[in-house]
Design a binder for this molecule. Structure first.
Ligand code: AMP
Length: 422
């Protein structure tokens, strides 16, 4: 075969899509219970939006974006994350005029040119929540509490929540200086990546996966110990709410997130079932983003989590119990003349809400019966010319093996009744 999908961009085939539907449906229902409404934005945006909104010096903007020029020479980028696009939409459509606090959720594909490996793809999918308009720790808590409940609803217990505060424009500059002062004697011993980050984004050195970096930063000062009063109160209040709602967490001063616009709360949910790519989701407060994108000062907080990683955890922990939804009825024609008539019966069942399938291959009755078993249906309906002449079918219950003739206008009632009995 000549064509293959791009490495790191996976097909989700029919046999696995029910697993996706399960996690997506659970997320949608939960979002509605928390009164979040869905936002969908285009797959591509002006490159400048992400360059500004994520930060030129981040890995995403520096080396991972799928950026291209269209025929009018505009620079466009496939979205590598959703927050900048959501804030762009919020500002563009003046959503703050409709309500003081806007709560939105999304489920969408993201694109980053990373080296593909387990749990790291080039097209991956995220669920996410954003609350725009509230500066208060109650909003941060709402995001974290709902994410925790989502994992719990899916049966995942082996998940750890780590929270931190990365300060604000008031307290971060002084802290950055302290951190740099601490790191500068060791600058040449740090990893290449960390050396590059030293000037512009030294906080990122703290969450480096490089062993040397971890050793050298073991005693580094942490922002959480150098917060201004406002950030410190905010962080304490968030912890009080999490404790009150019985969401377990640990404070980890090394959760810094890769993006420049984060302020105050930063958090990650991690799972030991994931190996090296252990982040199930991450988020935080991004009070500086709207201004950066040319809007007014709008406080906001959000989370984004990978769906592929979620599915990996569900698999690793054997938590996926749902089956693919099989049709309830398979209709098999005993002869060719009955096929068209039986197709009419199939349509009647479908219109009555009973998932049904029939032969599209002109197969023999025996082959159709084999197909019915393969599809694992609850009932098979068989009809030949005798049944057709009497306007009835033979209904076979595949569980008990019983079969009996049934008048066409009684089929729906009988099937519904039998199904409600189990
Ligand atoms: P981020 O926007 O980088 O904070 O990512 C949020 C979440 O999206 C992570 O915790 C992962 O679960 C997921 N994620 C990020 N990048 C990838 C990727 N390349 N492949 C699969 N999932 C990813």
């Amino acid at each position: 075969m000549k064509f293959k999908s791009i490495p790191g961009a996976k097909d989700i085939l029919p046999a696995e899509s029910h697993r996706w539907q399960h996690v997506e449906q659970t997320f949608r229902e939960l979002s509605h219970r928390y009164n979040f409404r869905e936002i969908r934005t285009p797959v591509f945006e002006q490159t400048e939006l992400f360059a500004r909104g994520i930060g030129e010096l981040t890995d995403i903007v520096g080396k991972e974006m799928y950026t291209f020029r269209d025929r009018s020479d505009n620079s466009l980028t496939l979205k590598p994350e959703m927050t900048a696009a959501v804030v762009r939409a919020y500002l563009q459509h003046n959503l703050e005029q409709q309500q003081p606090v806007t709560k939105m959720y999304y489920l969408a594909p993201m694109f980053r040119q990373e080296r593909p490996q387990k749990g790291r793809l080039r097209q991956f999918h995220q669920f996410g929540l954003e609350i725009i308009g509230s500066p208060h720790p109650e909003a941060d808590a709402e995001i974290i509490v709902m994410t925790a409940e989502y994992y719990s609803l899916l049966g995942i217990t082996n998940v750890e929540l780590k929270i931190n505060s990365v300060g604000c424009q008031e307290c971060r500059p002084a802290y950055k200086d302290k951190l740099k002062e601490f790191l500068s004697p060791h600058l040449t011993e740090l990893s290449q990546d960390s050396q590059r980050r030293f000037d512009a984004n030294p906080l990122r050195i703290l969450d480096s996966k490089d062993e040397r970096d971890s050793r050298l930063t073991a005693d580094a000062p942490l922002q959480k110990d150098h917060l201004c009063t406002e950030c410190s109160d905010h962080f304490s209040r968030l912890q009080e709410i999490l404790t009150e709602t019985r969401v377990l967490y640990t404070v980890d001063g090394r959760i810094v997130r890769g993006l420049d616009y984060y302020t105050k709360t930063a958090f990650e949910f991690i799972s030991s079932a994931l190996g090296s790519q252990d982040a199930l989701s991450g988020g935080g407060r991004y009070d500086l983003l709207a201004k950066e994108l040319g809007g007014s000062n709008v406080p906001a907080v959000g989370v984004a989590g990978g769906i592929e990683r979620l599915l990996l955890v569900l698999d690793a922990e054997n938590l996926f119990t749902g089956n693919e939804v099989a049709p309830v009825v398979y209709l098999a024609a005993a002869d060719n003349e009955s096929r068209t008539w039986l197709y009419g019966v199939t349509q009647m069942l479908r219109k009555s809400g009973i998932p049904s399938d029939t032969d599209l291959m002109n197969r023999s009755l025996k082959a159709q019966m084999r197909e019915a078993s393969r599809q694992n249906v609850r009932f098979t309906i068989i009809a030949g010319s005798d049944e057709r002449n009497r306007n009835e079918v033979v209904l076979k219950d595949m569980e008990s093996g019983d079969q009996s003739p049934v008048a066409v206008d009684k089929i729906v009632d009988i099937i519904n009744q039998k199904q409600s009995e189990n």
